[in-house]
Design a protein around this ligand. Sequence first.
Ligand code: PBG
Length: 322
Amino acid sequence: MKLRPRINRWTNARRDLNFGDDIRSSLVQPHFVVAGEGVDEPIASMPGIHRQSSDVLLRTIAEDMKIGIHSHMLFAVLEDHQKDATGSAASSEDLHLLNVIRELKTQFGNDIVVMTDVCLCTATDHGHCGIIHNEEIDNDLSVSELCKIAVSHAQAGADYVSASDMMDGRVSAIRSALEDAGFVNTGILSYSVKYASSFYGPFRDAADSSPSFGDRSSHQMDIRSGYGEAILEAASDEAEGADIIMIKPAMTYLDVVRTVADAVTRPVAVYNVSGEYSLVMSSTSDESRGKMVREIFHSFKRAGADIVVSYHAREAVSRHWI
Ligand code: PBG
């Protein structure tokens, strides 16, 4: 597999994110983007986080850029009538997310790092991360669909496509698809070590992506699995050409973060997930929350995280907690 180590060095913003030596430059703010205009809808289980239509989201991100948050992770939220068995809307040319990517790159160019989620769960009518065949998730059918999604995001200008599906072999397939389409500077952030965790609940409310039957345990990692499995997933994604290796969730897997960080050579990201966020948000005053978030961020860095994806990013920077 062709490796392209220059991808992480391509722009100043990418270099700051991957190699910056302060917590602030390592932060990534996640966003949920819905269709329509003027939509700014709070998510009950995630205080401070909203679902926003493109126009509102562009203003939100412009404010974030002003305070120094340069890296953004975008999740497309689809309406029920757009969903089908194969999640075809996720790779549609009309997807509202694509305009947001294009607009962000036009406005901010190389000063912004745009990361986009690549998965089928927000676009399938059954809510699974892949295509169902004979009542099971078909790995290889799903991978070819994921490649289409990744190429459409790259075409719109995404800096990193973020594969969160946990199908086998998807990193090398996406890398080849990007190469074939001529996108040699688009990075792949792989959710390499992603557990079938119970800390994703609020996200699934926000993204309307809960499975309508069954669960995600045939592809996401068993919470009881040990370091061998984590290293296997991380090292194989690295060999397949991933540019960033992610571990998720973060707070309950700090030992895994350290182990993986010692085993791979690519930058390591952690996802401080929705359930972790909600726990902190529901239990604190502003002042004690600031101290907690700072402590949590330091634990990620100490465990070896180069990049921290967190819903706390905006508040942490704007209130000078870090
Ligand atoms: C999509 C995806 C999920 C999250 C990120 N990408 C949900 C899941 O796997 O069910 C969770 C993020 C969070 O909880 O904040 N597959």
